[in-house]
Write a protein that binds this ligand. Structure first.
Ligand SMILES: [Fe+2]
Length: 268
């Protein structure tokens, strides 16, 4: 809570959703979501700030928005049969590299840091999908965060050895609010392996009704997955594999040379 207040006080850009969150959750009596569950208040802080510069004003982002809205409109409302077949995205460890402090640029394009001419090294991946509750209803306004290492396996974190050698053109962390159709989208990198781990992207999703999921996404078919302890532990029932394995495909219509994947986040 202390971290939340400090962060909020420093940010004048409060969204309508933040107002709802403050009124309904932080100022309401009785039990509410466990703010203490959000490590050091980072997530709570992120929850209420407006995300300045969240999406760079590019043709690409506008195209992605149109694609997202088009797909989302076609999928709402979700059928009860669909809801019954839903398998939740399994919770997985946050790991040691959630940002100790948020970078100056926290928008949904991790490949391009605001104010820098260079583009991050590595293979571009468009990661997008919907946030869905286990009841089959989409969850607009969910804050989705991702973080990952750069193209050579180095995180932007004080615990990371060799951090000074990292590719400073990679943002390493991004966040965005799911839109009215529950859709989120990031431009990031195809994840790479580092010692002890198969390639993965970390994520958190915090819904407006106080649910918090921490998980990780993997590259489908990567032979290192089956030797990765975190990956193996996450798959405990049929259907969970598809929740965490990203099927990557070329996306020439979105960005030349880039990959894309569609990953729904199902909050159990
Ligand atoms: Fe990691």
């Amino acid at each position: 809570m202390k971290g939340f207040l400090a962060f909020f006080g420093a940010d004048n850009h409060t969204s309508p959703f933040a107002g709802w969150f403050i009124a309904k959750v932080l100022l309401s009596p009785g039990p509410g979501p466990a703010i203490g569950d959000t490590k050091d208040g980072h997530l709570a802080a992120a929850f209420v700030c407006k995300l300045p510069g969240m999406t760079k004003p590019s043709i690409l982002s506008r195209r992605l928005m149109l694609i997202g809205v088009g797909v989302g409109v076609g999928l709402i409302p979700l059928s009860s049969a669909f809801a019954e077949s839903l398998v939740p995205t399994p919770a997985q460890t946050e790991g040691p590299f959630y940002p100790a402090g948020l970078p100056a640029d926290t928008d949904s394009d991790l490949v391009q840091v605001r104010g820098q001419a260079a583009r991050a090294m590595g293979e571009v991946l468009h990661l997008q999908g919907r946030v869905i509750g286990i009841d089959g209803r989409v969850r607009p306004g969910t804050l989705v965060e991702i973080w990952q290492c750069e193209a050579r396996g180095i995180y932007d974190h004080p615990r990371q050895s060799g951090r000074d050698r990292r590719d400073a053109a990679f943002q390493g962390y991004g966040r965005m609010m799911a839109d009215a159709e529950g859709r989120y989208r990031f431009r990031t990198l195809k994840p790479v392996a580092y010692p002890g781990r198969t390639p993965h992207i970390h994520l958190k999703a915090a819904t407006g009704d106080g649910r918090l999921l921490t998980s990780q996404f993997y590259v489908a078919g990567d032979p290192q997955n089956e030797r990765d302890g975190v990956f193996r532990a996450a798959i405990r029932q049929p259907g969970q594999r598809e929740r965490i394995e990203m099927k990557l495909a070329p996306a020439p219509g979105v960005e030349a040379g880039a990959l894309a994947t569609e990953m729904d986040i199902v909050i159990g």
